[in-house]
Design a protein around this ligand. Structure first.
Ligand code: SF4
Length: 366
């Protein structure tokens, strides 16, 4: 009979192994978390990299059933951060040696939006002498748009699948061409073809979600050969359709623990990718991000969005850090990283080792 210790010695994990490990509790679960912490140290090491987060705009054409800024929600004041404010946040990141930014936005594909992002990318590259690395998280776009943004300076792209299960996906989104599962998968593939480092991620503890779905998510990441991941607990937002299922959800504590298990398992399944310690973890547990760093995460995203916009970018309820200035946020995260026993990779892009490895293999192959 397989034991937890034996399974954890494996280099590869079957779906059954993942299901077993996801469901661990008590001391057996601690074995998993210890193992993933060891693997993290041996592969990506103790360095944690900053990605200064700019929540550029909450204007969105989509209507995802879980999201607080979905187009049908009339509550948030719709905004787009002014160019000088974006550049000032980028300057802060540059001067504080963050080395990388993430520009995140609701999804739009109109030319005004596409060219604005393109322009901002060029301006940020200019003000930082090309030193700031830039990740985009601006949804599904055409190949042409991905190419334009890459050409203008972005080199990583995060497009979360939210769940890799087709049926569950259709319960989280309206059934129309704007929210098509196949299109999302194709967009992820186009990003890889365009040359980005590609990231995706899922929500954990969704209504209707099973451990089997989560085990499949981990296998999906491996099959897609992702370079980075951002995963966090599902937290219900009362102005969204999924809120009606709140009574079916796992407790917040259970969702949190399952999220840590997912982070730990992903570190075992794909040891050399970048994994973010997401803010949603901290919405449940004050030390959520440190705990994620301890069990496998190596990326953290200090929020550089000007405070006046933050309460209109509430993707889920009780989002933390909505009233902290960039400097306070940075100080707080520095303390959290040190508490987790890690150190900060100041001035380093901290690109995914997995990506670098793939590039090397491409060069070696004729
Ligand atoms: S999850 Fe993203 S694409 Fe969906 S409604 Fe929210 S901001 Fe728009």
């Amino acid at each position: 009979m397989k034991t937890t210790k034996n399974i954890l010695k494996q280099a590869d994990f079957s779906k059954e192994d993942l299901l077993y490990l996801l469901g661990l509790k008590g001391d057996e679960r601690l074995l998993l978390l210890q193992k993933s912490a060891e693997v993290k140290k041996l592969t990506v090491g103790k360095k944690v990299y900053f990605r200064g987060l700019i929540e550029y705009s909450n204007k969105c054409k989509k209507d995802c059933y879980y999201c607080g800024v979905r187009a049908s929600n009339s509550q948030p004041r719709r905004y787009e951060i002014a160019e000088e404010e974006v550049l000032s946040a980028a300057k802060f990141a540059y001067e504080n040696k963050f080395a990388s930014l993430v520009i995140q936005s609701g999804e739009r594909s109109d030319e005004a939006f596409v060219s604005k992002i393109e322009h901002l990318l060029r301006e940020i590259k200019t003000l930082s002498n090309n030193d700031l690395g830039i990740t985009l998280s601006c949804g599904e776009q055409s190949t042409k748009t991905y190419e334009r943004w890459k050409e203008a300076g972005a080199h990583r792209y995060l497009l979360r699948i939210e769940t890799s299960n087709r049926e569950l996906y259709s319960k989280l989104h309206p059934r129309n061409s704007l929210h098509d599962y196949n299109k999302r998968i194709k967009a992820l593939k186009r990003l890889r073809e365009t040359g980005y480092q590609v990231g995706t991620g899922v929500m954990i503890g969704l209504p209707f979600q099973t451990l089997e779905h989560l085990a499949d998510d981990l296998l999906f990441f491996k099959e897609l050969d992702i370079d980075m991941a951002g995963m966090g607990p599902f937290i219900e937002h009362q102005e969204t359709p999924l809120f009606q299922y709140k009574d079916r959800l796992l407790s917040l504590k259970e969702r949190f623990e399952l999220s840590l298990n997912m982070v730990a398992l992903l570190r075992l399944v794909m040891p050399d990718i970048n994994i973010a310690a997401t803010t949603a973890l901290q919405a449940i547990d004050e030390q959520g991000r440190e705990k994620a760093l301890k069990v496998g995460a190596n990326i953290i995203m200090p929020n550089l969005t000007p405070i006046k916009y933050r309460e209109d970018y509430l993707l889920y309820k009780d989002k933390p850090c909505i009233d902290e200035e960039a400097e306070e946020c940075q100080n707080c995260l520095v303390a959290r990283i040190h508490m987790a026993g890690d150190e900060i990779g100041y001035g380093e892009w901290g690109d995914s080792l997995h990506y670098k490895q793939r590039q090397k293999q491409l060069i070696i192959k004729p």
